[in-house]
Design a protein around this ligand. Sequence first.
Ligand code: G6P
Length: 605
Amino acid sequence: MCGIVGYIGKKEALPFLLEGLKKVEYRGYDSSGLVVLKEKAKCVKAAGKLEKLEEKTKKETIKGNFGIGHSRWSTHGPPTTKNAHPHSDCKNNIFVVHNGIIENYKEIKEELEKKGHNFLSQTDTEVLSHLMEDFFQGNLEEAVIKALGKVRGTYALAAVALQDPGKIVAGRMFSPLAISVNKEGGFVTSDPAAIVSYSKKMIFLEDGDVAVIKGEDFFIKNLKNKLKEREETKIDWDTEEAQKGGEPYFMLKEIKEQPESVANSFRGRLIEEEGTAKLGGIESVEKKLRKIEKIRIISCGTSYYAGLIGKYMLEDYAGIPTEVDLGSEFYLPKIDKKTAFLFISQSGETADTLSALKEVKNKGGLSLGIVNAVGSSIARETDAGIYNHAGPEIGVASTKAFTSQVVVLSLLTLFLGRQRDMDIDTGKKFAKEIKSLPFLIGKILENMEGVSKLAKKYKSYPNFLYLGRRYNYPVAMEGALKLKEISYIHAEGNAGGEIKHGPLALIDKDFPVFAICLSDGVYGKMISGIHEIKARGGKVIALATQGNKEIEKIASDTIFIPKEVKILSPVLAVIPLQIFAYYVAVFLKKDPDKPRNLAKSVTVE
Ligand code: G6P
């Protein structure tokens, strides 16, 4: 998400910090800042592009051989200069940059305010610098360790203090952070891309590690203050490879990031013991939401398919009739005050979706957003909303944004359901499923090789049909979209039951069918469809539930997914389809990150 860089050594820190921030620019960001220390601390921040920060630094004398910098992708608080990192304590002694989310920041903030601390930003991060101040007795790492003992959530952070100079203290919990120390000095970064041109040997911190970097020296402790040994990893990536985390394409990196991005989407939002969700972004309209009798979801492309899955969940579990419209097909002859309009968009800038939002606003409808890009037009213009927290998505074909959209829709369903008739046990079951997703996605990712072998086997077929029913019908359409977007193979997604009403005419030995055939309420009907295809000589790749012995006898090839999840099965089912499309494209020598004729964010109608 955000980017952290830090340097301590014999050279001036400023040029390194600016260069490092430029190298992590590809992640997208909305504001940035840095602090360099000598006798005084010089802290500069700017909203907007990195050039803004650079311009500001030119107007000041910024000297010193240690400092930290940050490029921000907002989570808590809009992308303003005040909310940009570093954040400092009341005395301008301690400065902190942070990636991640401090879940209990509100409680900590209230406590610290009572003690007289003065907060300047709306961020969760600022509690860290003040908490460190509270514990600071001349030694920064001690203050950091004590402060981290009080916070709940995720972090990669770097801190410096004027009153304990000559060191950078870095800490990690569920958010990547690496350090590197050599003759050039000591480095810290959340993204190897920032420092690979200076150092090829890095230590990737583990959860609970606190590293103290003093130029050419360093040591690592855990949160219990015990010294820890960590191995160095040699990396031979260049900057571009490092930006992709060592993967050949962003799309693959983003597919593999899904255990983490999905976890980030529900982190701090699930209240398992109460079987409900806490969604800060829609608290302001909570009362209005109690009264709504209908939802209309509006979105485009992959976000549209996520919306279709949302319809099933909202109708089945929250009992609210839901319609889903493509942004470009949306029309609103008359406003109904008991309808909420929900706009789903990764970029928050899609013109078709935005124009539907304008129409709803002009007519006075209640508008909600599920948006990944913080501060984007749709996020700003909706009455209330929920951010995905999936992190920047660079590959044009959407992957991790889709799974996070479905997860956020499930949180919304849980929230609205519990406002209505959903009992606590159903709520708990729902919450348990959501929580199990990161682990189960990880299990599916272990079978990348199996799926890639199938991609190799099927890559030369000119046409594909994807079939699914109910919750997995939109997944079939998303699977087909992935394949056509990046491999240019013709693919269609169809409702499983519709095959006999037309598509069956296309089927022969050269027209393979991907059938999502999970062990759920529609399994029997899906199997009938598969038999109809087989009877016409068609090839079937089945996506089935682990433990299903029958399917292997019927299908030409089978991919299994874990059986633990029912309601949220689309989040698991889509992943092999993403992997399949990715490998077909790669085997056909197409660039999956930059499909021809397509754009990541379509800002024209
Ligand atoms: C483009 C992208 C798709 C995306 C769609 C909607 O077509 O290539 O990947 O699903 O726009 O984008 P949004 O940002 O609104 O989700």
